[in-house]
Design a protein around this ligand. Sequence first.
Ligand code: NAD
Length: 301
Amino acid sequence: MAEKIGFIGLGIMGEPMAKNLLNAGYELVIHNRSRAVVDRLDGEFDGVTAAGSPKEVGEAVSVVVTMLPDSPEVNDVFYGVDGDGLIEAMSAGDLLIDMSTIAPATAIAVNAALEERGASALDAPVSGGDQGAIAGTLSIMVGGTAADFERAMPIFEVLGGTVTHCGDAGAGQTVKACNQIAVAVNYAAASEALVLGAKAGVDPEKIIQVLNGGLAASRVMELRGPTMIEGKFDPGFRIDLHRKDLGIIMDTGKEFGVALPVTALVSQLYDALAANGRGDLDHSALITAIETMAGFKVADR
Ligand code: NAD
């Protein structure tokens, strides 16, 4: 018989992840703030039960996956309003798998609250974007106990391609923060390289080709370089979501006494783009900040 699990947060990432679990034979008890996606999945799949609150989800299953925007939403769903939170329904042996990107400190607090009840949590944020969510090839970085990691592995194998146990509670979120530093800084480097080279008169396609053949090679340049030089910035991963992650990163740096001067600078550039109405563009639109300062658009060359 198919295992029944809970799924809360059915947005750009959560909906295709839920569909992959349904197609793999899981039955799902689902909940989302806006109802349309719940009705859509309920109509499309036999194995779906709609729940009216996070607590209702928790009452029906012993394993719940969440895919929510940020720490406040995870706290809302977990602690609830007027006693309708997930925690009310979680007891010994239950497992929360939170796949949202949130502050490591929030992930640690949620796990501690569950451990008081004999339950537990895995923090399991992902990279790979909506394409990875649709294809079931996400990279999943996991914090929590080895036993819970093993228990969740069949679920992770449906959703992801690379699944890594990073350490104790919070470690998955910490690694995700490290990932987002590297991605942001890579975009800044690619943007400056492409604007300088193109304004100096070199074909930017040649710059991408040469850089990707040597030590400067990066997935950012390989995957997004071609669209950056064409001025195409459909998301993908929105600038506003990366700003959220940069906030988590800077707070975590403060918490552990680690200065992150380069990340802080890139964070300011993303803030400037958001202030100019570009928060809904893909994060590769960082190049437009460099272009504005250079008075030169690579796509107009
Ligand atoms: P989204 O905004 O599209 O989806 C979030 C969903 O959560 C929405 O359907 C919303 O209705 C629901 N929700 C919000 N608050 C709720 C509440 N209190 N109760 C119930 N449902 C609630 O976001 P997304 O792009 O799917 O991202 C989800 C997480 O994954 C974020 O933490 C994001 O940083 C991370 N992430 C996103 C991408 C990407 O490419 N979009 C890539 C990697 C990681």
